[in-house]
Design a protein around this ligand. Structure first.
Ligand SMILES: Nc1ncnc2c1ncn2[C@@H]1O[C@H](COP(=O)(O)OP(=O)(O)OP(=O)(O)O)[C@@H](O)[C@H]1O
Length: 346
């Protein structure tokens, strides 16, 4: 899991301009009675607008033999890559002596709903952090709309699309109201008026099925509501801009700690804010693609179309969700039966 707590929020946001930056230490404009926010822990990255792109449905690759697993890791040469938003190419990552990622490669295409699964400690959250630009690979690279990312999100040279990371903990600012949490980046980085932001916050809360909670503090919300607020915060964007670039959302265990009913609500919300879904207001969502790290079956079944199975530092299987349960791949079968070991061993 991404190891930031609810009290150490980190908003990752890639926007439209050509530079990246850490949010400056000013405060919410509408609130003179500043509450304490550690701005150094809040990053904002702004990037160039993406070129036009076309989308088509993804085609999954399913290898049922371990001997073919290496081939999965070189499967980035599709004929038409114009719809690839993010590509992870041959990524390696170690922490100290411990090798976690050992040549991970995959692509996220426009319109996709992708899940990353695998044993605990196998590096799923590490992959998300690398996709988000919070961690740099030791070797290999992440390509954003075909352009190699150099460095982290706080560096200058990244671009392509907005990437949002939704933390397992929701990571709301405890001392800010729901309105302030959801509108945070707009208060800080847009030219929108307070009334406009307030209206937009209301709309985005409605999109995730929340009404009348704008003035509450996070401590006054249930776990499921907090996750919805986090989702509203991740989908809100400056509607006064001429072009709104596509957005990819990365969810780290979005249903962890929720009861089955609350999980279902969040899973359906994840679907609803996607471009192929309809939000609580009946409007098409605006998330181009998303990636979910999860251990939960219901999340896999309800919110994910294509799965990447990470094991011992590599993607050892990928395919459509319904193919996963019927796969004869021994590693997949072992994982599905709960008998697969956890962290990579050397
Ligand atoms: N910043 C770090 N420093 C040192 N070790 C780390 C760091 N981040 C992750 N690790 C280690 O890397 C391994 C993979 O962690 P990661 O959180 O990516 O796994 P995961 O597959 O998401 O696990 P889980 O399913 O249990 O959440 C773990 O052994 C973890 O302890």
């Amino acid at each position: 899991m991404v190891s930031l707590s609810a009290t150490t929020p980190f908003l990752l946001f890639t926007g439209q301009n050509s530079s990246t930056r850490i949010l400056p230490p000013n405060s919410l404009r509408h609130n003179n009675n500043h509450r304490n926010i550690d701005h150094n822990k809040v990053a904002c990255a702004c990037i160039a607008p993406p070129p036009n792109f076309k989308s088509h449905d993804s085609s999954a690759i399913n290898f049922n033999g371990l001997s073919k697993a290496d081939h999965v890791n070189t499967a980035w040469d599709y004929e038409d890559d114009s719809d690839v938003l993010i590509e992870c190419r041959d990524v390696y990552k170690s922490f100290g002596e411990k090798r976690i990622l050992n040549g991970v490669s995959f692509k996220i295409r426009h319109g996709e709903a992708v899940g990353i699964i695998g044993p605990s400690g196998t590096g799923k959250s590490t992959v998300l952090k690398i996709l988000a630009g919070l961690l740099a690979p030791d070797k290999g690279a992440v390509y954003i709309r075909g352009k190699k990312r150099v460095g982290l999100v706080s560096d200058d040279n990244i671009s392509g699309l907005r990437i949002g990371l939704v933390f397992q903990s929701a990571a709301l600012f405890d001392s800010l109201t729901v309105r302030e949490n959801v509108g945070f980046l707009l208060y800080e980085h847009s030219t929108m008026s307070e009334d406009q932001i307030s209206e937009l916050v209301k709309e985005n809360l409605a999109a995730v099925g929340l009404k009348g909670v704008e003035d509450r503090l996070p401590s006054e919300l249930s776990g499921g509501m907090k996750k919805r607020v986090a989702l509203a915060r991740s989908i809100i964007c400056d509607t006064t801009k001429e072009s709104i670039e596509p957005e990819v959302l990365l969810y780290d265990e979005p249903t962890a700690g929720l009861d089955p009913i609350a999980s279902t609500v969040v899973e359906d919300l994840i679907r609803s804010v996607h471009i192929k879904g309809k939000d609580a207001r009946g409007k098409a969502g605006n998330i181009a693609s998303y990636v979910v790290v999860t251990h939960q079956h219901s999340t896999i079944n309800r919110a994910i179309d294509r799965l990447l199975f990470l094991h011992q530092g590599k993607i050892v299987w990928e395919g459509m969700t319904d193919e996963f349960t019927s796969s004869t791949n021994p590693i997949v079968r072992q994982f599905a039966s709960g008998s697969l070991d956890g962290p990579i061993r050397y």
